[in-house]
Design a protein. Structure first.
Length: 678
């Protein structure tokens, strides 16, 4: 068990006073309140407590608060007024108290709340926040003066606590010297939410070990897993002790997660991290009360699906680009940069003022630090808008802060800190609500910062940029990470082909629709099936299996009951109909009865197929547009292949591809004509 927190003593209070160096030791602090020199006003913090000890504690706590602001000017005049009221309360209620810690915080809060109510000054507020559904919600917040008292009390109590930092219930990883993400809140590991004292001690012992070999983010994830486990124990097994953690308890915990409808992704993380913590405590840390038996197995955690890029939908991107000018600064410039360069949000927020650089030819590049890979990275900038956005932001920051700000995108609270990821998300999604940005389902769209990176990756892969170039641009650790975009493209193409295949219609010699099990109509199955069918026809396909033996039908299968044609064959069928219509009169004029008989036998079947394929009911504009896009994409691929074949002097392949290109262009013309007629 760790030691109990130590409290106030006169000696510890003197140590606080010694840390206050002028001007912080003075009884009056003067601060500007605006964010530019032209509109600054000065506000005063006056420390007039009757108790000298209380004055020291108030000064120390507020000094720490200003230190965390890192030189930011005062943004509002309200805080000095709140301090003045708090001092008035202390002078009335406890004028001779040597320290705030002579009473528990709860007692101070009750007395201050009563004081505010009695004087008609008690004001509880509401704070609005955005839900994942892009709806605003509100939560009540305590009176600002009471929150200020809480901050001062907890700051002073922490300063008086003489325990080692890792014995406390709140670990400030930044102060412990760990490289935390400066663009995201949550530097502290909070153990107070672990209800069981033994689990709290276990968690601290493990985190002393884990923080030295893993990132602060990894520590937060594992502490979150322990909080879930603690909540389960408090509800289902409140008297459990470490020796009681066994397989039966874990099975009950897995059922608990299912009852809470925890997603498979979260369930995987919670169980995997808990398994790691328990195994490390038993083996590496050699805790005698933790079993060394395997009680959480890999199959307990549901397998996570292979992640695919979650790029911003095209219809949302179109709205974003159309209304880009309405975005607030500096969000507009941040969006322009990340939408073209694909930076991670923390890389964008921590860009330095000297990030732009030019080579000997005057071409621009962007240099930044990749915290995920712990390396400097540089990428070429080929878009002048990105360069202009960065330069404009640099100019604005230099005019406002001169050389005091190292970032082109500083925090809204301090010029010496980078922009916060949460602020970017909140402002961007608030703008999406105001501008009514909606996806194809009609819902107000919720942006996630990493989607911009995925959108860049998918755009590059669709533009046929080589994988190694994309990997270099995005700064991936290996090309395997980049292949995710190629896999997403392959699945997208496959889905489009499958959708087109399902819209397609196949008819037989009698004009009757040929349908079957959708599983057997899968495009991949069709590729295998082609090798088992009978003849490969110049138009349509043969439905007769080779195992049935030789075919007795004449006219190259055109009168065969197994001849199947689809909508893709309409252009060819119409050309055949035109040829037959032209040949019949000439055959009759020449009294060639054999040809007449053959053509009269074929012609009704061809006309019946055309009528059946054309009379398929209404086709929506979306379907027709999808079909056109697919045909055009196939035509472009065929033309590219044709050019490569000609360059390689593969004449046979070139002739086949020429026919393929001509056929696709004919099909495109038919679909475009149908769209125009409707």
């Amino acid at each position: 068990m760790v030691g109990e927190p130590s409290g106030w003593t006169a000696e510890r209070q003197r140590s606080l006073q010694e840390r206050l160096i002028d001007p912080w030791a003075q009884d009056e602090w003067l601060f500007p309140t605006a964010l530019d020199a032209k509109r600054r006003r000065v506000y005063a913090y006056r420390f007039t407590c009757a108790s000298a000890g209380l004055n020291v504690e108030l000064k120390y706590a507020l000094w720490r608060k200003f230190e965390s602001r890192a030189g930011a000017p005062l943004r509002t005049h309200a805080e000095p007024d709140h301090l003045a009221l708090l001092i008035g309360f202390l002078n009335q209620i406890a004028p001779s108290a040597p320290s705030l810690l002579v009473k528990p915080l709860e007692q101070w809060e009750v007395r201050l709340r009563s004081y505010l109510v009695a004087s008609g000054q008690y004001r509880r507020g509401n704070r609005s926040y955005l839900l994942a559904t892009q709806e605003y919600a509100t939560r009540p917040i305590e009176d600002t003066r009471i929150r200020l008292l809480r901050y001062i009390y907890t700051t002073v109590a922490d300063a008086y606590d003489g325990r080692a930092p890792t014995d406390k219930d709140l670990w400030d990883l930044r102060r412990m010297g760990h490289a935390v993400n400066p663009t995201r809140a949550g530097d502290a590991l909070n153990f107070t939410l672990l209800a069981q004292p033994w689990l709290r001690d276990l968690a601290k012992a493990y985190m002393r070990y884990n923080k030295e070999i893993h990132s602060p983010d990894n520590c937060q994830q594992k502490l979150r897993a322990l909080r879930y486990f603690s909540q389960f124990l408090a509800e289902r097994e409140p008297t459990i002790q470490p020796r009681g953690i066994d397989r039966a308890l874990i099975v009950a915990y897995i059922a608990y997660l299912g009852d809470r409808r925890v997603s498979n992704y979260s369930k995987y993380n919670l169980l995997t991290h808990l398994r790691t913590v328990l195994r490390s405590c038993a083996h590496e840390l050699r805790m005698a009360d933790i079993t060394k038996e395997e009680i959480i197995f890999p199959h307990d955690a549901p397998l996570r699906e292979r992640p695919l890029p979650r790029e911003i939908p095209l219809e949302v991107l179109a709205q974003l680009r159309q209304r880009l000018a309405t975005l607030p600064m500096p969000i507009l410039r941040m969006v322009v940069i990340t939408l073209e360069c694909g930076l991670r949000i923390n890389e964008l927020c921590t860009l330095r003022m000297d990030s732009l650089c030019q080579d000997s030819k005057g071409q621009w590049s962007l240099q930044f630090y990749q915290s995920k890979l712990k390396q400097e990275h540089i990428i070429p900038l080929v878009n002048d808008e990105v360069v202009a956005a960065i330069q404009a932001q640099q100019r604005d920051i230099r005019e406002q802060w001169d050389t005091a700000c190292p970032y082109p995108f500083p925090s809204l609270r301090s010029p010496t800190k980078p922009f916060q990821q949460g602020t970017f998300s909140t402002l961007l999604n608030g703008w999406a609500i105001a501008q009514d940005i909606r996806d194809r389902t009609g819902r107000v769209y919720r942006f996630q910062s990493h989607q911009f990176r995925h959108s860049v990756g998918m755009r590059l892969i669709n533009d046929d940029v080589p994988l190694d170039v994309i990997s270099r641009l995005l700064g991936h650790r290996s090309i395997t990470m980049t292949e995710v975009y190629a896999r997403k493209r392959a699945e997208t193409v496959r889905a489009e082909l499958a959708r087109a295949h399902q819209r397609n219609k196949t008819v037989d010699y009698a004009g009757q629709v040929v349908s079957g099990d959708p599983r057997a109509d899968d495009p991949d199955v069709a590729l295998v099936r082609q090798g088992l069918r009978g003849q490969v026809l110049p138009l349509g396909s043969c439905g007769r299996l080779q195992v049935l033996g030789p075919c007795d039908h004449e006219n190259k299968c055109l009168s065969c009951n197994f001849w199947l044609t689809s909508r893709h064959d309409l252009p060819g069928l119409k050309r055949m109909d035109e040829r037959i219509a032209g040949l019949l009169p000439r055959a009759r004029a020449a009294n060639n009865q054999t040809v007449v008989a053959n053509l009269e036998h074929i012609h009704p079947s061809v006309q019946l197929r055309i009528a059946a394929l054309e009379d398929s009911g209404p086709v929506g504009p979306a379907d027709r547009a999808d079909e056109l896009n697919r045909l055009r994409a196939e035509a472009l691929d065929a033309e590219a292949a044709l050019a490569e074949a000609r360059e390689a002097r593969l004449m046979m392949a070139a002739r086949q591809l020429e026919g393929r290109v001509a056929d696709l262009r004919a099909r495109i013309a038919v679909v475009e004509e149908a769209a125009h007629d409707r």
